[in-house]
Design a protein around this ligand. Structure first.
Ligand SMILES: [Zn+2]
Length: 292
């Protein structure tokens, strides 16, 4: 079970988390967002320019707090890690108010016909420029390079701050919870590959969109890879006993889960099953899953 720290949280304040980085917490706590979405302002404190990462929900109070943290600097880029509704909806109004371009992840091509958990996505997101893996944005004393990390969503990017070795991980890796992978846009195979991609890097610290900074990033990522492999092994073991529906797997695998999170747990199990299906390890018919 997740323990949410006691209130009050420092909503609306610009907290310095390292010399080039301010963090502003949005007022949107929930079982999915922890204490809320954290927006980062990256740049030299008394410099001429900065970047804003994950502007968050479109709430006037939060946008005002971001503008206060920017403190008169020119916003070179409003950068979104992905387009879930707790991350990108403030991009358009912030761009409108400041004239800053929106640069970062791709918009999501939503398929009207297929189920795609659309309610979680921000349809207003419209970037001026999409960054490919390895492309960088530069300002005075800061460089942010995109690291493509699909899995949590297909369009997810992390951003690496060259000057300090920090990585802004969005929802790909968080300290307070594992990332939710919801098919069909979320993809467990991609997510695992994106975790392995971080293992091959030497980032010194992670700033995620929710929860405290992560000071031992590789240790955490290694644990997450192990956790997912364990879940996969558990699914294979349970299916080895008998074919099962997803609900029955969730009951066995997530004893004592917050009832508000059973839907997300079911999606995560489904993401594992789809990955196993792709790899030829399981089969499915009539809502039941079995070993092959
Ligand atoms: Zn997300």
């Amino acid at each position: 079970m997740v323990t949410i720290p006691p209130q009050p949280w420092p909503t609306g304040l610009a907290e310095a988390v390292e010399p080039l980085v301010l963090r502003v917490l949005a007022p949107n706590p929930s079982p999915y967002t922890f204490t809320g979405t954290q927006t980062y302002v990256v740049g030299v404190a008394d410099g001429p320019d900065c970047a804003v990462i994950d502007p968050g929900p479109n709430e006037a109070e939060h946008i005002a707090a971001i503008i206060a943290a920017v403190a008169g600097r020119t916003i070179t880029a409003i950068m979104c890690t992905h387009t879930h509704r707790d991350h990108s909806p403030a991009a358009a109004p912030l761009a409108e108010m400041t004239g800053a371009p929106i640069v970062g992840c791709a918009p999501l091509m939503l398929q009207v016909a297929g189920p795609r958990s659309d309610e979680a996505f921000d349809p207003t997101y419209s970037p001026d420029r999409v960054l490919a893996d390895g492309e960088a944005m530069r300002g005075t004393g800061w460089t942010l390079t995109a690291v493509a990390t699909p899995g949590h969503t297909s369009n997810h990017l992390c951003f690496a701050l060259e000057q300090s070795g920090a990585l802004f991980t969005g929802d790909h890796v968080m300290g307070w919870s594992t990332s939710v992978v919801i098919p069909p846009d979320g993809d467990m195979g991609d997510y695992m590959a994106s975790l392995e991609k971080l293992m091959a890097r030497d980032d010194v610290r992670y700033h995620s969109a929710h929860g405290a900074a992560i000071e031992k990033p590789k240790q955490l990522v290694r644990g997450m890879i192990g956790h997912r492999r364990q879940r996969e092994a558990q699914i294979l073991r349970l299916l080895g006993e008998a074919p099962r529906a997803i609900e029955s797997l969730v009951d066995e695998m997530y004893k004592g889960l917050d009832p508000r999170l059973t839907g997300a747990a079911g999606m995560s199990v489904k993401a594992h099953l789809l990955d196993l299906l792709k790899r030829g390890r399981v089969a499915t018919s009539d809502e039941e899953w079995s070993l092959r």
